[in-house]
Design a binder for this molecule. Structure first.
Ligand code: NAP
Length: 318
């Protein structure tokens, strides 16, 4: 896959993996930096507009060591063996639609988006493709455009969404294991995504609206006035979805524990608002509100938080 030997870089299994990454943001660059140099490259948004065949950035690993990473922009995807999709939830369907015709039918597509809604939309659009979802607690951020920081090590769980993806997880774990990141199979990936969504729904919108780190929401009147009803709405929807039940008390305890344990962190939603970027609120509290409506439930607190967060960035830059 070396772009020094090829005028048109591709991602080749013979040179170690054939992993294409769609979404060269914080999470995509984390995976590329951790995988062996010959294993992975990035899918460009617009191949004809590329000014260079390679992407360079500074990477700080989880122990604070820094080095420069150079990975190819992939101008052909014909030999891609695995596609990691690390776009934001709201960009995912369109980003995939732009390239799906260029990736082999057999290439597994692993979706890394937070929240819910985008994963089901992709699986419903391409049911004959091997589509999987990942839920990750790895944390990466991008303080400068050419700098990526691996802020916290975590775990990544991967599970099948479409029928053709059944049985593919062990091989995907083998392809990703040279990264040194902890990757595991998950038979109940939607449940795991739901667990993360519930925590995010109880923390992220408050941090964005109050413009504060996670821990500070716990004493705020906005949080104290709405968290009980928010957890009841979540518990009702989880039960209506047929997922293992959680009481509102359990959900609230989980949300408050995570907010305390990550007290000084800035949530991605607060960061997006600070940078004038679109948030993922439609795939977190917005998903809860919409899905509740579809199932004949009401979720006014999730709806209110969705509308208020959207008002914070009326004209997002992305
Ligand atoms: N960062 C983390 O630690 C972390 C952890 C867990 C889950 N996640 C989830 O992973 C997803 C990505 O997060 P992130 O923090 O990496 O976001 P991010 O830094 O905004 O990266 C997303 C990237 O996708 C690119 N993109 C958008 N549309 C594209 C298209 N059509 N073709 C090619 N590239 C396109 C964006 O390019 P532009 O900037 O040019 O728009 C951007 O570089 C989110 O759903 C997030 O919730 C992230």
């Amino acid at each position: 896959m070396s772009s020094q030997r090829s005028a048109r870089p591709s991602v080749s299994g013979s040179e170690g993996g054939g992993i294409a990454i769609l979404g060269a943001g914080a999470l995509g660059r984390l995976w590329a930096a951790c995988l062996p140099p010959a294993a992975a490259g990035f899918v460009p948004r617009n191949p004809s507009a590329l000014s260079s065949f390679r992407l360079h950035y500074h990477f700080q690993d989880s122990s604070g060591r820094q080095h420069t990473v150079t990975r190819p922009w992939l101008t052909t995807l014909a030999d891609a063996e695995l596609l990691l999709v690390t776009t934001k939830a709201g960009d995912t369907l369109e980003a995939l639609n732009q390239i799906i015709g260029r990736i082999p039918e057999s290439c597994p597509i692993v979706l890394f988006q937070n929240g819910l809604g985008s994963q089901q939309a992709v699986a419903a659009r391409w049911p004959a493709r091997p589509v999987l979802a990942a839920s990750t607690t790895e944390a990466a951020n991008r303080p400068e455009p050419d700098q990526v920081v691996h802020a916290a090590r975590g775990h990544t769980w991967i599970g099948a969404l479409t029928e053709p993806a059944t049985g593919l997880v062990p091989n995907i774990i083998r392809q990703l294991s040279p990264s040194g990141l902890d990757v595991r199979g998950e038979d109940r990936i939607l449940e795991r995504l739901w667990g993360k969504l519930a925590i995010n729904a109880g923390i992220n919108p408050f941090t964005a609206l109050l413009d504060c780190p996670n821990g500070e929401i716990l004493e705020s009147p906005l949080f104290l006035d709405s968290i009980q009803a928010l957890c009841e709405e979540l518990a009702n929807l989880i039960a209506a979805e047929g997922l293992p039940p959680h009481s509102p008390r359990e959900l609230r305890d989980d949300i408050e524990r995570v907010a305390r344990n990550t007290a000084s962190n800035t949530s991605s939603m607060r960061g997006d608002v600070q940078n004038g970027r679109a948030t993922e609120i439609d795939f977190i509290n917005g998903y809860v509100a919409n899905r509740s409506r579809e199932l004949g439930l009401s979720a006014p607190v999730n709806q209110m938080l969705t509308e208020r967060v959207k008002q914070l960035v009326p004209h997002p830059s992305h």
